[in-house]
Design a protein around this ligand. Structure first.
Ligand code: NDP
Ligand code: MG
Length: 389
């Protein structure tokens, strides 16, 4: 990887979201010494986007919906910030010659477009959008190799693994173990889960995140997606990925080496740390993240996941083993099912059921092209929209 510029110009795709806001707080804390917000993007919260642009004075802001361009232009009059519209506007900002790093933090499969553009241009990509690798892991990693792009994980588990992997050579790794808080419903029975409401599912015990990933954390689909993400990101064999429940969310994952040594990365649950590491890598800098307070007792617990009550997890392992179009089908089905659950149309346990159905009925292709993945995505969404419990 190239030596970083004195100031790294960062494009944040999804700056109005949870990850995007945390990234801006990292940049604010840095105070312009090495990080600069160079491009910002939002979707519906355009007023927040305008406020972010007024505070950070990036070179660009971009929105997919072109109707928002005149509104943003009016808000940012006289600031010199250029407003771009449409997917092509987003791509222009990402691929701009002066863009050093791209934080991919749009939610869902939609995030693949911006990630793809960044990888295509050979940029350093800080990847929060795990759906990118769930949908198109092998294609994205292949493109990154061909274009000399670097993909740095932002997902806390993958950042932990990335850090721990530095302790040994690849042939020395036995497996990686991803930790999961277990979500708000850890310890509940399937019977109890049948009745939980979106409000209950949206209350995560340890992390503050956007609504989609919060529901994914309650079903354990988030861990399922992360298992798939880990396989492609680190080039692992399916049997080299494991999951353990760790309710405190302090140990962010483990790497187990062939000699039995297990290395972990610890820090309080605070996304600003893995975001910052991906923005300053290979350097470590002072930052705003919370610290472990060793003056107080700290107990850490680990237990195996309840795979029967949370069947979404095994869908992730199955899809990781199958590869091909399975990831695109599972991801799209899950996005559509989560949206239906949040609208009150289906129950909590129906999310995994609808995903199972979409996965079973999709036309499997072991080596799909990108267009095939988008068509599998569209079909799975339609199917889940029609699915009846
Ligand atoms: P949020 O829902 O908080 O934010 C999503 C962002 O994406 C917003 O900026 C939103 O814009 C934008 N967006 C949504 N839909 C579109 C679209 N169709 N086109 C363009 N932009 C869009 O999500 P999070 O920040 O929680 O998560 C973002 C990604 O990071 C996800 O992939 C998630 O899995 C991953 N991640 C998140 C973690 C977290 O702690 N939050 C941890 C690890 C990974 P607007 O709000 O203006 O509509
Ligand atoms: Mg995670």
């Amino acid at each position: 990887m190239e030596q970083t510029n004195p100031t790294t110009r960062v494009v944040i795709l999804g700056s109005t979201g949870s990850i995007g806001q945390s990234a801006l707080s990292v940049i604010e804390h840095d105070g312009g010494s090495r990080l600069r917000a160079w491009g910002l993007s939002g979707h519906t919260r355009w007023k927040d986007l305008a406020a972010q642009a007024l505070a950070h004075r990036p070179r660009f802001v971009a929105v997919v919906e072109r109707e928002l361009v005149p509104l943003l232009t009016a808000e940012l009059k006289g600031t010199g910030v250029e407003v771009l519209g449409g997917r092509d506007g987003l791509v222009r900002m990402v691929q701009h010659a002066e863009t050093d790093r791209v934080l991919s933090a749009i939610v869902g499969a939609e995030g693949l477009n911006g990630t793809w553009a960044a990888v295509e241009a050979g940029k350093i990509v800080a990847l929060a959008n795990k759906e990118t690798l769930v949908v198109a892991g092998p294609l994205v990693m292949e493109l990154a190799r061909a274009r000399g792009a670097t993909i740095l994980p932002v997902d806390s588990e993958h950042s932990a693994i990335f850090q721990a992997l530095k302790a040994g050579g690849r042939s020395e790794v036995r497996r990686v173990v991803l930790t999961s808080s277990g979500g708000p419903f850890r310890g509940r029975t399937a019977r109890e889960l049948a009745r939980v409401t979106p409000e209950e599912a949206l209350k995560h015990p340890t992390w503050q995140m956007g609504p989609k990933i919060t529901i994914d954390s309650a079903t354990l689909m988030n861990k399922a997606l992360e298992v798939i993400e880990a396989r492609w990101l680190f080039g692992l064999e399916p049997e080299q990925v494991e999951v353990v429940i760790h309710p405190e969310s302090v140990v962010h994952s483990f790497v187990e080496f062939v000699d039995g040594s297990v290395l972990a990365q610890l820090s309080p649950p605070d996304m600003r740390l893995p975001i910052q590491y991906a923005l300053t890598y290979p350097d470590r800098t002072d930052g705003p993240s919370r610290r472990v307070d060793w003056a107080n007792p700290l107990a850490l617990h680990f237990e195996p996941p309840d795979r029967e009550t949370f069947p979404a997890l095994d869908l992730g392992f199955e899809v990781m083993r199958r590869g091909g179009t399975a990831g695109a089908a599972l991801n799209a089905a899950n996005e559509a099912a989560v949206a239906r659950f949040l609208r009150g149309e289906i129950g909590f346990l129906d999310i995994a059921r609808a995903c199972r159905a979409a996965l079973d009925s999709h036309t499997y292709d072991p080596r799909p092209a990108l267009e095939t993945l988008w068509s599998v995505d569209a079909t799975a969404r339609r199917e889940v929209e029609r699915w009846r419990p």
